[in-house]
Design a protein around this ligand. Structure first.
Ligand code: ZN
Ligand code: ZN
Length: 258
């Protein structure tokens, strides 16, 4: 995919998610407020509820909506009965999408990717087996590239030889095993002696370690279908995803990264 199509897809899915969140906040707020027979100021109540629902999604200060309370909105049903809000949101979403896609990145005084690159300066070398990024904070540093946690090899599309089974083991356990990898021309090199394959392999220091972050276990289970489609493979046979991985929640996976 070229850059602008990727940007479009990213914007599209981000906007869609936001749209769904707002829609569900609208209907939930209405449901809650409708049952409150004790209060007259239903619009205020509705707005309180609406902002509360969205706190984790967008920064929408309740005070920004003060103006609405003074408008003559008497029937709370009006706010949502209607699919009016839904329709207005959908139209807004489409318009935003069009504007964003046409946005000319060169109009930024500083390019977003430059800002990001500076922010994340350091070594960007990726493990040739799993794609994990070197953790050295110096660009062009001396010595080998290194990373504490490698990822399942399937993340770079590696499969078991002669099958379409994606490999879920990590490189740091592979270097302690009897498994080999192909380097083209039908040549096979044992992971144990991966440095014999020359650069980029020989520029990495991969220590034998079988510990895998819960995050990658969750990632592989969660994005299983997408990974299978992307690499035209299957998590089957030796690549079968363990049951325990599937039980890891997103919360558990993320909390490990803090
Ligand atoms: Zn690796
Ligand atoms: Zn490095």
């Amino acid at each position: 995919l070229d850059g602008s199509r990727r940007l479009k897809m990213f914007l599209d899915s981000s906007l869609n998610l936001l749209y769904q969140n707002i829609l569900s906040a609208v209907s939930l707020s209405t449901r809650i407020v409708k049952d409150r027979k004790d209060r007259e100021d239903k619009v205020s109540l509705w707005l309180d509820e609406f902002c509360r629902q969205l706190t984790e999604v967008i920064n929408l200060p309740r005070s920004d909506l003060k103006g609405i309370e003074h408008q003559e909105v008497t029937d709370i049903e009006f706010l949502s009965s209607s699919s009016a809000i839904g329709e207005a949101l959908a139209a807004l979403k489409d318009r935003l999408m069009e504007e964003l896609v046409d946005a000319d990145l060169s109009s930024f005084p500083r390019q977003p990717q430059t800002i990001l690159a500076e922010h994340f300066s350091g070594c960007w070398a990726q493990c040739p087996f799993c794609g994990a990024v070197c953790t050295n904070t110096m660009w062009n540093h001396d010595g080998d590239h290194q990373v504490v946690f490698h990822r399942p090899r399937a993340l770079t599309g590696r499969k078991w030889h002669g099958t379409d089974h994606l490999a879920i083991d990590i490189c740091s356990s592979a270097v302690a095993s009897d498994v080999s990898f192909g380097v083209g021309d039908g040549e096979w090199i044992p992971y144990k002696r991966y440095r014999n394959a020359g650069p980029p392999y020989s520029n990495w220091n991969i220590l034998p370690d079988s510990s895998m972050q819960a995050y990658w276990k969750w990632f592989v289970s969660h994005f299983r279908t997408q990974l299978e489609a992307l690499y035209n493979g299957k998590f089957q046979g030796k690549g079968e995803i363990p049951e325990a991985w599937q039980r890891i929640t997103k919360q558990e996976a993320l909390s490990e990264l803090d």
